[in-house]
Design a protein around this ligand. Sequence first.
Ligand code: CU
Length: 289
Amino acid sequence: MHTGLKIAAVAAAAAATFGTAYGVGSGVAPVITENARERQPAHETHDTGRAETETAAETVPGGLQVSDRGYTLDLERDRLPGPAGELRFTIRTGGRPLTSYETEHGKELHLIVASRDLTAYRHLHPVRAADGTWSTPVSLPKAGDYRVFADFTPRGATEGLTLGAGLGVAGTYAPAPLPEHSTTARVAGGYEVRVDGTLAAGAARELTLTVTKNGRPVTDLDPYLGAYGHLVALRAGDLAYLHVHPHDGGPGPEVSFTATAPSAGTYRLFLDFKHDGEVRTAAFTVHAA
Ligand SMILES: [Cu+2]
């Protein structure tokens, strides 16, 4: 899976839904199964005296480190000459590029690129060459400071991780203020997405996102990478990364998630959903108490 943070979040969902036959959405059941498996090592450590260390490690959110658990995100260039270009990178371990990954939600690696001011967001799926080099075209809306997140699970690992690195895009820019708190987001194409529920620090909370188009509920969302929605939360200030998945299999209009904020503060939520064959992103600013 992704990060300790995320696992804590999805584990709560697993507790709520494990054993219930959700047949809709091919990604839902595997998420729960994998979490059940991942939680086992943590339980085993309780008898070994390592539990305290493991717990401390799990409280560090993903995406804040360029190197973690022996894996390093190595961007070929940490600057782009302009907003459109190609990103190339490797995940290095033991001095060599990693070439063996678990598949999560249909992909070996999910790449998020977000502007430091949290107004720009891209969820990309790079292609890996045999030598372990990943590459993807990227088209960003403006120059500025960005952060790149690689979300992956090394083959055979029981837990995924998210590494983060800075990326500068040359050009003149003015950082935007964080968009104000809002429970609705307008998305091109006549869509509006509403978020119900609140994030809480250190406690699992349900967030429900409701998708409408031209005022009507959307009940035929397309599955996208094995789920009806993918939600990423980035913490304002340091861009700590939280990736959660839906625990309800319906194709809309509601998609529900369980998430645990690592701290009180302000977060920017990005929901990727697919409808009429196109992937769209709704963004919200929310506060965690
Ligand atoms: Cu992805």
